[in-house]
Design a protein around this ligand. Sequence first.
Ligand SMILES: Nc1ncnc2c1ncn2[C@@H]1O[C@H](COP(=O)(O)OP(=O)(O)O)[C@@H](O)[C@H]1O
Ligand SMILES: [Mg+2]
Length: 338
Amino acid sequence: MVSRVKLSFVPGLEVEFVDRVRGIEQVLEWSEKSTWHPIVVFGPEGCGKTAWLKQATEILKETNFDVVYINPMYKEFTAGTDINEVVSKLSEVVADATGYAPIKLADLAAYLVIQLLKRWKKKRIAFLVDDVFQAIGLDKAEMYTKMLLNIIEYPPEQYEKIVIIAATSEGFSRWRIGRHRWAWIMPMWNMPKKSFEELYEKIPGPKPSFEEVWRLTGGNPEVLKTLYINKWNIEQVTNVIIRSKRIHREFTSKWRSWLERAVEDPDALWWGENVPEELVNELIERNLIIYDLYPRDPVFWIDEPPPEKDPELGIGKYVAWQTPLHREAVKKALEEYR
Ligand SMILES: Nc1ncnc2c1ncn2[C@@H]1O[C@H](COP(=O)(O)OP(=O)(O)O)[C@@H](O)[C@H]1O
Ligand SMILES: [Mg+2]
């Protein structure tokens, strides 16, 4: 494998990218064939999209691509190119504390990618955009995607290879973008068990058994991190989720019977009669569930798909809790506010 990026897991603990074998093979494949549409990747919060994009940046650099990675939300970028102007222009926008708007960075980066083709005659170009739709707003998501497609379809100069990937945890963008054929939408799930175990092993100090951590996190590295920071105090972490997802009394009493069913089996939100759309939307918007899961054929997925169904982890055929602890938080709130 190519060199692995170092990721800051928590302050003071750097972790090398843990291989997601298939996810990396897919990037290599695109580096050979190009992406015919922008690839839009969506998946649970904290499932590892950013880490994967950063590793992809590295791989593409090593296969002679000029790479621009941006995260407009966090004002972050990496420019893997020998054109200094790209770096300096991006730095300028990011450093402009007063006038900074995420859309500026997103637009500028796209403009620079076009310039890489046009002015600087680069032939292998990759553009990786992280958390883009949260940053620029759902209303601009469609046009931005169309613009990405235009770079692929109507480049100002011929390229040899092009790879364009955008990632989002924003639950609705996939439908907004899916209305058009402007992107190839691919879900990504939490980490496969084997990769996740490798990551678990890298975490120092006393910790619960791997099987227990797997049952709590379902392979979500962000939840793993939160558990570690909170010294494996599950109660505390569940409370953090309850607070951050605003699962309060009003919410639980309004939807109690549906939530009770969904906690037992998330597919109740799919098969049930008269499932309230308002509730489904709220759960998607709060990043508690993933709705309308794709068939588990690996061709549809980045890296490995989740299992067909895993009641223990809260994964149904069509609906899944983002992680078992998200489900646990709802369960706990239902009990507390009884
Ligand atoms: N393959 C991986 N190897 C090592 N650390 C990872 C890996 N995937 C994710 N992480 C770590 O887990 C945390 C959450 O992942 P992140 O990529 O930020 O998720 P997302 O972008 O999907 O919200 C981060 O601290 C990240 O560095
Ligand atoms: Mg991210």
